[in-house]
Ligand binder design. Structure first.
Ligand SMILES: NC(=O)c1ccc[n+]([C@@H]2O[C@H](COP(=O)([O-])OP(=O)(O)OC[C@H]3O[C@@H](n4cnc5c(N)ncnc54)[C@H](O)[C@@H]3O)[C@@H](O)[C@H]2O)c1
Length: 410
């Protein structure tokens, strides 16, 4: 089979929020980008036969199964896409890698460092036989974020002094919001920290090319008991009402919230920068507000997800009289990922980051190159999450972060 004829038969586990976003991207990617392989939406998996059959039809999958073990062991599946809560990432991804499947796994990679370490080691072993793996830190693939990285890599910011990152939401401000899976440590690993804090950890390490070496943290759970949901899981009761996917109302009893509602920390990066991070689900009015500012010796750059086609750039090398923050509209053909979309000025949105993720993963598989963020990169994020938790437990004491390269035996 020539590479242009190559078909990658995808099997996806989970079909609620991320399942829908990934489906959209798998459906679109080959229609937008000219790639050396074609993705086929072959098989979707969920636990409830009726719900998953409906999802297969709605999202455009050829067939469905109710057992992820069936999905990972089938000969007619090449890629396994893990879109389930964190408590099943390790088990599914390890089985898929052992079966020789390429694996795309949603973030955070796992619920614990031990799981992430095992996954990174398995990915390194599988890589030797041409098997690729990637973690779904999709915000890297917003063109403006990739452009930020280009500016830093090209030296336009000089020496990086400060990183200021915040990812703020407000969907659990109401104390009557039910105890969905994201509020349970055994299912989610951690709260705002692993869910949204993981994104800004990955994004800032990616953009700066620097690794977080140590942290001092505070975390808080503001609402410690919540009504038990009648359904099982979710991000917000209004996202969908399926028993399989999301909360569908509060029951009479309550249960303990076992994760953080907010996590704040300061950090050092290995290039000498000082950084601050804030992840909260209690930032009233902030729905999905991800903002990153980087200050360097030659300039600054700012990204705000609510204006995701734009970057603010300050070039301190210009004559003083001309200095000031300027707005770059990141829609030109020579901006990252934009050549295949629309004419300059025709903006794109949230879902496109997933299309870009699938583009890069397909290309890596078809050309036999490494895909990023690798499971080792995602282990690095997991090590930071773990250090934040330990620091907070020890009254914010300074806690070093082990480098992932020494944490995984390759
Ligand atoms: N990249 C991003 O921006 C982003 C955004 C949201 C969530 N996520 C991550 O994606 C993952 C899923 O989150 P979500 O918001 O889609 O959750 P969700 O609750 O909307 O969906 C979870 C899905 O997993 C299914 N599922 C759970 N256990 C299963 C099992 N054992 N076998 C088969 N199916 C199973 C559920 O039925 C549901 O369809 C999490 O790791 C989350 O952190 C990433």
């Amino acid at each position: 089979m020539s590479t242009t004829d190559m078909q990658l038969r995808v099997g996806m586990v989970g079909y609620a929020f991320m399942g829908a976003a990934h489906s959209q991207a798998w459906r679109t990617v080959n229609r937008v980008y000219d790639l050396p392989a074609r993705a086929r939406m072959a098989l979707i998996c969920g636990r409830d036969a009726g719900n998953v059959a409906e999802a297969a039809d709605r999202l455009g999958w050829d067939a469905y199964t109710t057992d992820w073990r069936d999905l990972v062991s089938r000969d007619d599946i090449d890629v396994v896409d893990v879109c389930t809560p964190g408590d099943s990432h390790a088990e599914i991804a390890l089985a898929a890698l052992a079966a020789g499947k390429h694996v795309l796994c949603e973030k955070p990679l796992a619920n614990t460092v031990e799981e992430a370490r095992a996954m990174a080691a398995a990915a390194a072993t599988a890589r030797a036989s041409g098997v690729r793996s990637m973690c779904g830190f999709n915000y890297r693939r917003v063109p403006a974020v990739a452009m930020m990285r280009r500016l830093v890599a090209d030296g336009r910011l000089g020496v990086i002094r400060h990183v200021r990152a915040a990812y703020l939401q407000d969907w659990i401000v109401d104390p009557q919001f039910p105890l969905v899976w994201r509020l349970q440590k055994d299912r989610a690993g951690s709260g705002a920290l692993g869910d949204i804090g993981a994104h800004i950890i990955d994004l800032t390490q990616y953009v700066t090319g620097q690794r977080i070496t140590g942290v001092s943290a505070v975390t808080e759970t503001f609402v410690k008991e919540r009504p038990l949901p009648a359904g099982s899981s979710g991000l917000a009761a209004t996202v969908d009402g399926s028993v399989d996917g999301h909360a569908d109302g509060a029951g009479p009893a309550t249960g303990p919230v076992t994760v953080d509602d907010a996590a704040l920390f300061v950090a050092r990066l290995d290039g000498g920068a000082l950084a601050t991070y804030e992840a909260s689900r209690f930032a009233t009015g902030r729905k999905n507000a991800l903002r990153v500012e980087i200050n360097g010796s030659l300039g600054s750059v700012v990204f705000d997800l609510e204006r995701l086609n734009e970057l603010e750039f300050y070039d301190a090398t210009l004559p003083t009289a001309e200095q000031g923050f300027s707005r770059i509209l990141v829609t030109e053909g020579d901006h990252p990922y934009m050549s295949a979309w629309w004419p300059p000025g025709h903006i794109i949105g949230y879902e496109h980051s997933f299309t870009h993720q699938m583009r890069d993963f397909i290309e890596a598989i078809a050309t036999g190159t490494d895909s990023e963020p690798s499971f080792a990169d995602a282990l690095q994020v997991q090590l930071v999450l773990d250090a934040v938790v330990r620091s907070a437990e020890l009254g914010s004491s300074w806690t070093d972060v082990e480098p992932a390269l020494t944490a995984v035996a390759v």
